[in-house]
Write a protein that binds this ligand. Structure first.
Ligand code: FAD
Ligand code: UDP
Length: 380
């Protein structure tokens, strides 16, 4: 017979998923004296921010990750677990061999139109917006033209967006393109964030430092051994896909997936920048990442690294069995998610969190903030 008030299970928390959400929760719970077990079905920790060491370069295995935030609490928090370099994201757009600076700024306008002053650039945009006759943009195409004009839309937005989303720009919501800054200055920092950088030593090390000596079991799929694992802990923090937890009983949530083709090249410098976007419709990949350029100082040390590692990214529609990357947060999927969320309320000892557990396109800083908020509520 169980004695009232006596903890009969081996762990207080079973954390399913060793990504940022799970690792932050596990760290904080351990700090509060809780007994924690972390499991992950992958052979490695760190979820989508996992970096793998290839030829001395930290390769972003599940897509390029640049930490950027305006949230000071989160910035100070992550800096406790890793130092960050001063990397600033400034991708280059390649349109049939013509190179443009991103996000849209005075360098872009100068290259596109030969304009030199902000006034000339603003006048060009206004002229093209007027000619297109758009007053209230109703879709991504109209929004893009009204923000930067037809030439930039045709060369830098149309092809890339259609490849990325697998749908024509006229069928996509306007807000997607408003994520990109448009600047009449020579500032080519992609993000409007107070703090930005890449963890020195890679993201995996950051997550390792969060997990410390917490017990971690890799290659363990929670859903395959649910009963057995549930018996080990009082509560479960589940960061996998919410629809998978319920065996897709209400239907499948949709995702965009990405396929990465990674190559080691026998040259020190392939493209001279971390990210080059291929903005034409014909090139099948959306962008090429050259991982070594994420690491500040590699420029000077480049000679010591005779090789380089690149990843071509191909965007695709997700199907069951693929890695889910970007939740498709349209009305249909949000409505389905709401029904799964309702179901989850009946799982009293399970907390759903993170990008897949909440079906939400969280950036890293937002996922950490949300884990810290949960810790405040759950751990006191
Ligand atoms: P995840 O990292 O996905 O972790 C979930 C973990 O749960 C995984 O390790 C998975 O294996 C495990 N799991 C799932 N199901 C089970 C199961 N049944 N049993 C056991 N384990 C399970 N954010 C930025 O701030 N900047 C960027 O530049 C950026 N770039 C991105 C690029 C791409 C291509 C993508 C897809 C995302 C990007 N993000 C970026 C977002 C960032 O990846 C997320 O915010 C963050 O990784 C989410 O962490 P998480 O812990 O919620 O999920
Ligand atoms: N975009 C574009 N050309 C580019 C880069 C981005 O047209 O060279 C568009 C594209 O529609 C993309 C959106 O801008 O979906 C937002 O870009 P961001 O880099 O924020 O996309 P993410 O990959 O983070 O979703």
């Amino acid at each position: 017979m169980a004695l009232k008030g006596v903890n009969m299970k081996k762990y207080d928390y079973l954390v399913v998923g060793s990504g940022l959400f799970g690792a932050v929760f596990a760290h904080e719970a351990k700090e509060k004296g809780k007994k924690v077990l972390v499991i992950d079905k992958r052979p490695n920790i760190a979820g989508n921010v996992y970096t793998e060491d290839i030829e001395g370069i930290h390769v972003h295995k599940y897509g390029a990750h640049i930490f950027h935030t305006n949230n000071r609490r989160v910035w100070e928090y992550v800096n406790r677990f890793s130092a960050f370099n001063r990397f600033t994201n400034s991708p280059v757009a390649n349109y049939h061999g013509e190179l443009y600076s991103l996000p849209f700024n005075m360098y872009t306008f100068n290259r596109m139109w030969g304009v030199v002053t902000p006034q000339e650039a603003a006048a060009r945009i206004e002229e093209q917006r007027k000619a297109a006759g758009i007053t209230e943009p109703k879709n991504l195409e109209e929004q893009a033209i009204s923000l930067v004009g037809t030439d930039i839309y045709e060369k830098l937005i149309k092809g890339y967006t259609q490849k990325q989303w697998g749908r024509p720009c006229r069928e996509l919501p306007a807000f997607i393109i408003r994520r990109l800054p448009v600047r009449l200055t020579f500032d080519n920092n992609y993000f409007n964030a107070l703090y930005q950088g890449i963890p020195i030593g890679g993201y995996t090390k950051l997550v390792q430092n969060l997990l410390g000596d917490i017990e971690v079991r890799l290659g363990v799929d929670y859903l395959e051994k649910k009963q057995e694992l549930d018996a080990l802990a009082e509560k479960v923090i589940y960061t996998g896909p919410i629809d998978a937890y319920f065996d897709y009983s209400l239907g499948l949530l949709e995702y965009r997936s990405v396929r990465f083709e990674t190559e080691v090249l026998d040259m020190p410098n392939f493209q001279g920048n971390a990210a080059v976007n291929y903005t034409d419709a014909e090139t099948p990949w959306t962008r090429i990442i050259e991982h070594k350029w994420f690491e500040f100082g590699k420029d000077a040390e480049g000679n010591d690294l005779p090789k380089t590692v690149i990843s071509r990214e191909y965007s695709s529609e997700w199907k069951q069995g693929d890695e889910p990357y970007y939740p498709v947060n349209d009305e249909k999927n949000q409505a389905l998610y709401a029904r799964y969320k309702e179901l989850s309320a009946s799982e009293k000892d399970v907390i759903f969190g993170g990008r897949l557990g909440e079906y939400k396109y969280y950036d890293m800083d937002a996922v950490i903030e949300s884990a810290l908020v949960l810790c405040g509520k759950e751990l006191g």
